[in-house]
Design a protein around this ligand. Structure first.
Ligand code: SF4
Length: 553
């Protein structure tokens, strides 16, 4: 199977600009910044929770397109079904009909730590003597090696999973299994009086482990009877709670609540663990809140119909467009967005400038996610596979083209050249975020600093590189003010290098666990976990129906 990963190395000559060549595959065209996943959880006796999770994930598809999975529990056992691909590729009616229960956890992944392989798809699964555990994670940890060290090596990393999430799941399970070895001696094995077996339960284990975890994590996880949600002290990634008529939902974005008919209740607070079961909703504070929500969620990552910290993403983007027009006016005939994420900012630019707004590019949203290797003829289409220009709209026009960000510059270079090819008289590029000059370690897969075009070139040099008549970025102050949040409550590190949490050099890198697993796991390729066998049993039927693969050995 061909992976849709499409990781790029920065090639300044790539593109259709002067002296450059056209991007050769849909994957070669600059990938936009990619998020580290969407999470969804539901606790609702009487509901078809698998289908609720499916539609919840469907609405969060933009947050991760590499793999998808759903875990369900009927109160006595957990079944996990996951596979590579989009939500609609992984699940069908017959698969969903095998997933029975009243608790579900769903996940769609884009990889940040660990390769894009089936073993790293989520929800992750682990068994303990007292319970089983399925977990979905949005974010990226920055002390993964340190946490893996707590596990004591071989047994904890005996599978082929190499994600920070798998280490975290193993730690939760280890806490609940009274794992000895390197479990911190100053931190006694946690106890949970609610655990019927006498073993510490998942809730107590999570409360013991979460204060040790650094970085970005919006978690949705479950044991057989309880749904949990937890958010890191900075609250880098969003996580919200919603109310159903007879149950509860937790999700990465409020838009997912809307889609499944849940009413927004509140955000999971930074540093909070929430537990939901037949006893009701319990809240634990495991760390003091130090809010630094991701500014890039407003720019690109979140859906426009989502609300973050009380502020509509759509309203923020329109306001950014208005400020962009004030900061970087242009003498032009038409404002067009690079669809879809730039549409709101382009509307704002048009409103503030008085220049008419129009559609000039038609996007095929999923061409970059195809699993089918393009033929040579298709390859030669380059960026045209993703964006097709509307010749009548742009020929002879002086265009303002609004985009949300520039990472390597390849996409903008190709778009400018394509618009000129289709008759645009002038192309003025306006960007609704400041230059991205630093990498992100908190769940967004930006390139390394050396690969970021703004890391080494001035605005004028970038303009020349992409071949635009003019180029303007909204200011950082303008972007922050558009969110209506104080700058002190936002992470903006990719724009100014001011990281809210220090990241050790040896904790950087997407594949930092691969070598660790190879070293400790001579049985790599053999999945572990006794209860996973139970999980596999009924999921196998689903797999047979769909061609997908259940979790377990
Ligand atoms: S570095 Fe940028 S993308 Fe990453 S969390 Fe901070 S603001 Fe968001």
């Amino acid at each position: 199977m061909i992976k849709p990963d499409g990781l790029l190395s920065h090639d300044p000559d790539l593109g259709a600009g002067p002296g450059g060549r056209s991007p050769q595959t849909p994957q070669e065209v600059d990938q936009p910044p990619r998020d580290a996943c969407g999470v969804f959880g539901v606790w609702s006796p009487g509901e078809d929770v698998a289908k609720l999770a499916y539609y919840g994930l469907y609405s969060l598809q933009h947050r991760g397109q590499e793999s998808a999975g759903i875990a369900v529990s009927d109160g006595s056992r957990i079944v996990v079904y996951k596979d590579m691909g989009l939500v609609a590729q992984v699940f069908n009616e017959s698969v969903l009909n095998t997933l029975h229960g009243y608790i579900a956890v769903g996940h769609c992944r884009y990889s940040t730590t660990g390769s894009s392989v089936w073993e790293n798809a989520q929800p992750t699964f682990r068994a303990t003597p007292s319970a089983s555990l399925a977990l979905g994670h949005n974010g990226n940890l920055i002390n993964t090696l340190e946490l893996a060290g707590l596990l004591g090596g071989r047994e904890a990393l005996a599978g082929r999973a190499t994600s920070d999430t798998d280490v975290l799941t193993a730690l939760f399970a280890a806490g609940g299994a009274e794992r000895g070895g390197s479990w911190p001696s100053e931190r006694p094995a946690p106890s949970d009086p609610a655990s019927p077996s006498g073993h510490p339960g998942v809730e107590a284990a999570a409360l013991a482990v979460l204060p040790l975890v650094r970085g970005a994590f919006s978690l949705v996880f479950m044991d057989e009877q309880t749904l949990y949600a937890a958010r890191d002290p900075q609250g880098f990634r969003p996580l919200v709670i919603g109310r159903l008529a007879d149950g509860w939902v937790v999700a990465s974005e409020t838009a997912a609540l809307d889609i499944v008919g849940a009413a927004f209740v509140r955000e999971v607070q930074p540093g909070e663990l929430v537990a939901i079961d037949e006893r009701g909703v319990r809240s634990h504070v495991f760390a003091a809140a130090a809010p630094r929500g991701c500014l890039f969620e407003y720019v690109y990552l979140a859906r426009p119909d989502t609300t973050i910290s009380g502020r509509s993403v759509q309203a923020t983007r329109v306001e950014v467009g208005r400020r962009l027009a004030a900061e970087h006016p242009a003498d032009a005939d038409l404002v067009i967005p690079v669809p879809e994420s730039s549409t709101s900012a382009a509307i704002g630019y048009a409103q503030a400038s008085g220049i008419p707004y129009g559609q000039g590019l038609v996007k095929n949203s999923y061409v970059g996610r195809t699993f089918i290797q393009p033929s040579q003829t298709i390859r030669e289409r380059g960026i045209r596979l993703k964006y097709n220009p509307l010749r009548e709209a742009i020929a002879g026009q002086r265009l303002v083209v609004v985009d949300d960000s520039i990472v390597r510059g390849n996409t903008q270079r190709a778009i400018v050249a394509m618009l000129r090819e289709f008759g645009a008289r002038e192309v003025h590029v306006r960007i609704s975020s400041p230059p991205v000059t630093w990498p992100c370690f908190f769940g967004i897969d930006f390139a390394s600093r050396a690969e970021l075009i703004a890391g080494s070139l001035s605005v004028e040099e970038i303009r020349q590189s992409i071949g635009a008549d003019s180029l303007g970025f909204v200011s950082l102050d303008g972007l922050i003010e558009s969110t209506t949040l104080p700058a002190t409550r936002l992470c903006r590190a990719c724009f100014d290098g001011d990281y809210p949490v220090t990241v050790a050099e040896d904790e950087k890198g997407k594949h930092l666990l691969e070598s660790v697993v190879a070293a400790v796991s001579p049985t790599a390729g053999v999945a572990v976990g006794s209860a996973a066998g139970l999980a596999a049993e009924s999921a196998a039927a689903a797999a047979a129906a769909s061609g997908g693969r259940p979790a377990g050995p």
